[in-house]
Design a protein. Structure first.
Length: 82
């Protein structure tokens, strides 16, 4: 899993109504699938047919913990906004 992409996607989902985020792009969609397998998010089952699209439907408790932990690492989170 690419931690920077995972962090970015969870951050984007947190700012969406109800935490739902539609993701386009092979790399981002793959990260959504990996994050779902890791238990960080829930994803829409219906979007698995197109490998370049995915949908985050919910951020899990573990996902929120992951996001907070990385956000608190100054060298990590500051590099994302540069």
């Amino acid at each position: 899993m690419n931690l920077r992409i995972a962090y970015k996607l969870i951050a984007e989902a947190e700012h969406q109504p109800r935490g739902i985020l539609k993701v386009r792009g092979r790399e981002e969609a793959r990260e959504v699938h990996l994050m779902a397998e890791a238990g960080l998010i829930k994803e829409s089952e219906s979007d698995k047919s197109d490998p370049s699209e995915a949908m985050i439907t919910r951020i899990t408790h573990a996902g929120h913990q992951f996001y907070r932990a990385l956000r608190n690492v100054r060298s990590f989170s500051s590099g994302l906004h540069a």
